[in-house]
Design a binder for this molecule. Structure first.
Ligand SMILES: [Mg+2]
Length: 104
């Protein structure tokens, strides 16, 4: 299983070899495409499409997010940031302290 940093390198190779945009000016498009792929994932799930199809759309979301991330801050180590954010979230209270009212 690749780390996020390995995935970042693979995605860069994919983008370059397939001739997709590889400049900071492409960042808004990449983020927009992530939303579009999220919509495709939601649609596939609602239509009870096969597992492979739903997961593939979710992976497309991850591809675009990692692609945008590497263009925004190429030097940021995504594995380190993932771990930091995970620890931060795990240190928060149950349901992050939100109070839930029952719906009655
Ligand atoms: Mg897709």
């Amino acid at each position: 299983m690749p780390t996020l940093e390995e995935a970042k390198k693979k995605i860069e190779q994919l983008v370059v070899s397939k001739g997709f945009g590889n400049t900071k000016s492409e960042i808004p498009n990449k983020l927009l495409f992530a939303f579009i792929e999220l919509g495709e994932a939601s649609d596939a799930w609602k239509k009870a499409k096969p597992k492979e199809e739903i997961i593939e759309e979710l992976i497309d979301v991850i591809f675009y997010i990692i692609d945008a991330s590497r263009l925004i801050y190429p030097e940021a180590n995504l594995d380190d940031f993932f771990d930091k954010k995970y620890i931060k979230n795990m240190s928060r209270p149950y349901r992050y302290g939100e109070q839930f009212r029952d719906s009655s």
